[in-house]
Each structure stands twice: as structure tokens, then as C-alpha cells.
Design a protein around this ligand. Structure first.
Ligand code: FHN
Length: 476
């Protein structure tokens, strides 16, 4: 066999071996998976950002409010505008200020967020990066790479970076929206304006855009896919497994959500955003994504993240004033952590990238609480108790083998006695997390009674810490 034939045999072998994605041919071990997920599980709290062309429209179309609640990032679909009509109105109002991203990153950092997930492209199809395969992108329209600006700002504050990416695309002229009755599209029910479409061509574009995003911006920590329907999902809709392998091939340690699929194996029982179930086979993603909901009993054995808005819209709206109180936001963070989940709290910046005063005040309030109490959130796991009348509990295995219980008291006792039920163990130590004041604790009759000061250290959630030798005995 001459040298040329030998080289072509090796080349063919190499190409074939690449074709089976050797990176993921072997099952990932539980130990490797835990190592890959560890920063995310420890983080517990992230900032979600919905920002794009819709942000400049601010929930207004042809001078009138489109509505006072609900997702105004869907405005193109709400007004049934074709992509050219939508872009013509939206682009002149989308004028990012020079350092917009630095404001987001500092707000997230100061609030105690450990990661930021932002829309690289939402359903309207406008890409925030400088794409070589699209002219409906920030590079072509604004001569800027907004993804780079956001990534640089986030990393400047030490935040992990996540890319939200919509597989739904209301701009691309090969996206076959008629394939799904359940997925939204501004032109749904109408014939394709450009005649025959080839969804496969759209998928080549989708995979090409994702390849650009996962190749050109350094280490990416999360991909937040959005979203599939029961009647259109997975390989049929997105070439999902190829897409996930593409991402993992470029970013081996990356974490991905479950939204390329909408089936029971991927944690979904229905189309409702509350239609999630505690079930996730790892090939469908790394975590399930309850939206605007906190699972009543958490999701034992499954990684999960609740995403929520500050008001009722993901994208900015001039007309949505239904801002959640600081108490609701902080108690949501505590409740989610006490059930073993992550909290992805959304901001919807305006067309220039600026953040509203209400958003700033909310994140600053959370930051003030986290400044004192973050040990009771970061790196904790779910409560060992079924329920506690006065609040929630998180827990942590300490380096010395001790177990630390963080009692988050919403309703501070008026008689100076905090009762912890259903526990047969005596704590070695009890103290206030705020300031460290030691507290007297007595145990007996499967409960612990803690003498607490008359005034709660925090009006929203005060943390009392109990340290135990080994694992406390819970007697539900
Ligand atoms: O349709 C989107 C919506 O606009 C928003 O991005 C949320 C965030 O989780 N995801 C989809 C609805 O589930």
C-alpha cells in the first residue's frame, strides 16, 4: 500500500471516529456529573435578562399599549406583525448605551447572583452577537457585538455566563411554523409569505448560530434553550441531540436545560409552564425549568431552577407596574433554596439597556439580605423537614462532619421561644446568623426550644443557626 493510500485510510478513520462524537459516546459517570454541576448547585441564585428589539418597543405598538401584563417580549406575535414591519418599528428604538452591560453585571453581583443568563436571541430572531451567517444581528444593524459586551461585563464582576437561545424563530424565512399547532408565530395560520420553506435549512442556520456563540466568546457555563412543544420537539424540531453534542463538543463542562424537549422523560407533563414533573434523563438536559412556579415539595433527585419575573413580563414594558415586593422576592429565594432548587430572577432592561428604578431597588434589597445571610443560601441543600409553620430551613454538611441547619424565620415568635418540631437530636450550638449572638437551646419530646430575642433581626427572614454533631435525627 503506497503512502498516499495509507494517509487516506488514516484520514477516513479519523473522520469516522469524529462522527460518533467520542466526547460523549461514553456515559458520563455520576462523579463526573456531580463535579460538572457543583458550581451551579452551590450558586443557588442567578440573574435572567430578557433584552432585545422588543425592549425598545416597551409594550407599545402604533402609540397604544399592547397590554398591562404578560410577556411583552412577545409583542411581535401579540400584534401579528411580519418580521419587516416589526423590525422597522423596533430597530430605531433599540439604542444600547455604551456601558449598559456593566450596570447589569454590578447589579447582579451586588445582589448575590453567581451567574447571569441573557437572551442571545429571543423568538423574534434578532441575534445580539456579531453573526457571520445573519444580517438580522447586532453586528449588521448596530455595528456592535452586544454578546461580547455582556460577557465581558459579567466576567468583570466574576459572574458565570449563560446563553439563553430561542430555537423558535419568527424572522427566518425557512422556519416552518406550520409544523406545530402549539408553538407561537406572528403569521400562524397564514401561508408562508415566501412560498415553500425547508425547516432543515433553518436548522442548519440554528446550529450555525449556536456554533458561533459557543466558539467565539470564551468559556460559556450554561445554555438555556427555549422552547419546545409536545407536538414539536427534540430531533424532529431542532436536531436536538446533534445540537447538544455540538455545544458539549465546544464547551465540555457546560450545563444545559431541558427545553429542547417537551416529554415526560425530560421533565414535562404538559404544555403549561407549571407542567413540570420530577423526572429528567440526563440525555435530555441537566436541569428542569419550572417557570413562574415553585414546586410545592421541591424535586428530590432532580436538578431544577425556577425562573421568575419581577413583574409579569420578561421583556421590558412601560405599562406593567405589578412589581413583586421585596418580601415576596426574598422569601421566594429562601423557599426555592429550602427545596433544593435555583432561583433565576429576571430583569427586563429598556431599549438603551438601562434598568428601571424598581428593578434596581428589588435587587438591592435582595443584596442587603444576602450580605448578612448568604451562607444560609450558597452551597445549601434542601430542608430535612416536611414543613415548618414559621418559615423554612436549609442545611449544609460542614467540613468537620457536623451538620448546620439554617432556620429562616418569617414569623418571629412573640413569646421569645422558637420551637423546632420533629427533631430528636440536641444541637451543640445555636446562634443568630446576623451578628453571631449565641442562643440558649433545650431539647426534649422530639423538639428543640430556642430562646430568641423579642425583635426579629430581619423583618422579612431572620436566620437562626443550629449545629449538630453528625446528622440530626428527624422524626416526621
Ligand atoms: O416564550 C418564552 C418567554 O418569552 C420567556 O422567554 C420564558 C422564560 O422562561 N420562556 C418562554 C415561555 O416559557
Amino acid at each position: 500500500m503506497n503512502i498516499k493510500s495509507l494517509i487516506s485510510v488514516f484520514a477516513l478513520f479519523f473522520i469516522c471516529s469524529m462522527a460518533v462524537s467520542p466526547l460523549f459516546a461514553a456515559e458520563e459517570s455520576a462523579v463526573d456529573r456531580d463535579a460538572r454541576m457543583s458550581w451551579w448547585r452551590e450558586a443557588r441564585f442567578g440573574m435572567f435578562v430578557h433584552w432585545g428589539l422588543y425592549s425598545g418597543l416597551a409594550g407599545t405598538w402604533e402609540g397604544k399599549p399592547v397590554g398591562t401584563k404578560g410577556g411583552m417580549e412577545w409583542i411581535q406575535q401579540r400584534v401579528k406583525a411580519d418580521t419587516d414591519t416589526y423590525a422597522k418599528s423596533a430597530i430605531p428604538l433599540f439604542k444600547p448605551a455604551p456601558d449598559f452591560a456593566k450596570e447589569w453585571a454590578k447589579l447582579a453581583k451586588d445582589a448575590g447572583c453567581r451567574y447571569i443568563v441573557f437572551t442571545t436571541k429571543h423568538h423574534d430572531g434578532f441575534a445580539l452577537h456579531d453573526s457571520k451567517i445573519s444580517d438580522y444581528d447586532a453586528g449588521s444593524v448596530l455595528k456592535r457585538d452586544l454578546v461580547k459586551e455582556i460577557v465581558d461585563a459579567a466576567r468583570g464582576e466574576g459572574l458565570r455566563v449563560g446563553f439563553y437561545h430561542s430555537v423558535i424563530d419568527w424572522h427566518h424565512d425557512q422556519y416552518e411554523y406550520a409544523k406545530s399547532k402549539q408553538l407561537p408565530h406572528p403569521l400562524k395560520g397564514k401561508p408562508y409569505p415566501n412560498g415553500e420553506r425547508s425547516h432543515s435549512k433553518y436548522l442548519d442556520y440554528l446550529h450555525g448560530e449556536v456554533a458561533e456563540l459557543l466558539s467565539n466568546y470564551g468559556k460559556v457555563d450554561v445554555v438555556w434553550w427555549d422552547y419546545s412543544a409536545q407536538d414539536f420537539q427534540g430531533d424532529e424540531a431542532w436536531r436536538a441531540f446533534d445540537l447538544m453534542n455540538l455545544v458539549r463538543g465546544k464547551q465540555p463542562g457546560i450545563i444545559m436545560n431541558n427545553r429542547l424537549f417537551r416529554c415526560k422523560e425530560a421533565g414535562w407533563a404538559s404544555m403549561g409552564t407549571d407542567g413540570f414533573i420530577p423526572n429528567l434523563e440526563s440525555k435530555y438536559g441537566d436541569f428542569i425549568t419550572p417557570e413562574q412556579h415553585i414546586p410545592a415539595t421541591g424535586m428530590p433527585g432532580v436538578d431544577w431552577e425556577t425562573c421568575m419575573t419581577l413583574n409579569t413580563t420578561w421583556g421590558y414594558s412601560d405599562h406593567d407596574k405589578a412589581w413583586k415586593s421585596d418580601e415576596v422576592l426574598i422569601r421566594n429565594l429562601v423557599d426555592i433554596a429550602s427545596k433544593g432548587g435555583n432561583y433565576l430572577l429576571n430583569i427586563g432592561p429598556q431599549g438603551d439597556g438601562s434598568v428601571t428604578p424598581e428593578t434596581i431597588n428589588s435587587f438591592r434589597a435582595i443584596g442587603a439580605w444576602m450580605k448578612v445571610n448568604c451562607d444560609a443560601i450558597y452551597g445549601t441543600t434542601a430542608s430535612p423537614f416536611k414543613s415548618l409553620a414559621w418559615g423554612r430551613c436549609t442545611q449544609k454538611k460542614m467540613a468537620d462532619g457536623k451538620t448546620r441547619l439554617y432556620l429562616h424565620v418569617f414569623d418571629w415568635p412573640t413569646d421569645g421561644k422558637l420551637i423546632v418540631p420533629c427533631i430528636a437530636s440536641k444541637p451543640q450550638k445555636a446562634f443568630l446568623l446576623a451578628g453571631g449572638k449565641t442562643l440558649e437551646a433545650s431539647s426534649g419530646g422530639n423538639k428543640i426550644t430556642i430562646a430568641v430575642p423579642p425583635a426579629a433581626p430581619d423583618k422579612i427572614a431572620s436566620v437562626v443557626v443550629l449545629d449538630f454533631e453528625g446528622t440530626p435525627e428527624i422524626v416526621e
